[in-house]
Design a protein around this ligand. Sequence first.
Ligand code: DAH
Length: 362
Amino acid sequence: MAETSQDLDALKQEILTQVAAAPDAQALDAVRVAALGKKGAVSELMKGLGKMSPEERKVMGPALNGLKTALTDAITTRAAALQEAALEARLATEHVDVTLPVMPEPQGSIHPVTQVMDEIIAIFADLGFEVKEGPDIEDDFHNFTALNFPLGHPARDMHDTFFFPANEKGERKLLRTHTSPVQIRTMESQKPPIRIIVPGRTYRCDSDQTHTPMFHQVEGLVIDTETHMGHLKWCLEEFAKAFFEVDDIRARFRPHFFPFTEPSAEMDIGYTRKGNEIRVGEGKDWLEILGCGMVHPNVLKNVGLDPDVYQGFAFGMGIDRLAMLKYGIPDLRDFFAADLRWLSHYGFAALDAPNLATGLSR
Ligand code: DAH
C-alpha cells in the first residue's frame, strides 16, 4: 500500500480547496463526483482496502472513512452556502417595488359621443371657457319663456317637446329640447364676465336616420361688456379648425332666426366629398355645423342684466352630428343601439384623453 496518511492529507487539502473554490452548484457537483463518485479518487482508494494486510487496513480504513466524512461535510456546507447565495442574487434581481402605481389593463372603449364631447371641451377649455351643466327635466320658463319664446310663439312648436303631465298649478315640466336653458340658469346665478360651454343630453319627439328622441348638444355663451360678432366669428372658426384638425377652414355665416339671438346666423364650413370621405376645410360645398348669434336684449333683461351695459354671443351645435361628420359614421340610430361590435369598431382607446398638445383624436 503506497498511500500514507501524509498523502491522504494532501489529497484532502486539494479537494477542500476545490470545494471552497467551486463557484456554483454545478461546479461543486463536479468536484464531488471526482472525489466521492463511483470512480472518484477517494472511492478508488477505498477499493484498495480489500487487498491490504489486516494491519494496514486497520490504519487506512478509519483514515479513509474519516476523509470521506470530512469531504462529504465540506461539500454539504458549501452546497448550502451556494444555494443561499443564488437565492440572494435572484431576490435582488426580482425585486418588486410595491410602492409603484398599479397599471390596470384598460377595458372597453370610449363611445364616439363621449370622445367628441371631450374633444370639444378640450378646445374650449383652451380658449378659457368653463363647463356647466343643467337639469334634463326643465320648466317652461328656462326652456322657452326666458329665451324669448313668448307663449303661443310658433318657434315653440318647432321643438317637438316631450311634456310631463301638468301639476296642480297647471304647470307642465318638460324634457329640455336644447341646452340653451343652461344659458339662463348660468346668468341667473353668476355675474359677467361669463364664458361657458354646456355639453349635455337633449330631447325631441323625432326619429329617423338623422334624428333620435334623445341626442346631444353643446351650448356656448359669452357675456361681457364689449363682446361683439367679431369675437363670435373668430372663436367659432378657431373651434372648427381645431375640431376638424385642419390648418385652415372656409366658413360663412348665413342669416337665420333664433328667438334668443339677434342677429342670428348659421355657420357653414367648406368641404369636398371624395368618394365616401368628407374633407373639411377645402372645396366648394357647404356644410351647416351650428347656430349662433348675439344674445337678444330680451334674454339679458329676463335674467336681470342691463342690455345697455352687457352684450355677448351664444352658439349651439349637435354633438352626434359632429361625431358622424368627423368620424364618417353613417346612421345616427347606431349610436344608441349599444351594439358591442359597433362600439369596438367606432370606439376610442380608453386611456387616450383628447388634448390639444398631443392631437385630439390620436
Ligand atoms: N338652441 C338651438 C337649437 O336647439 C341651437 C342654438 C342656436 C343655440 C343658436 C344657441 C344659438 O345658443 O345662439 O336649435
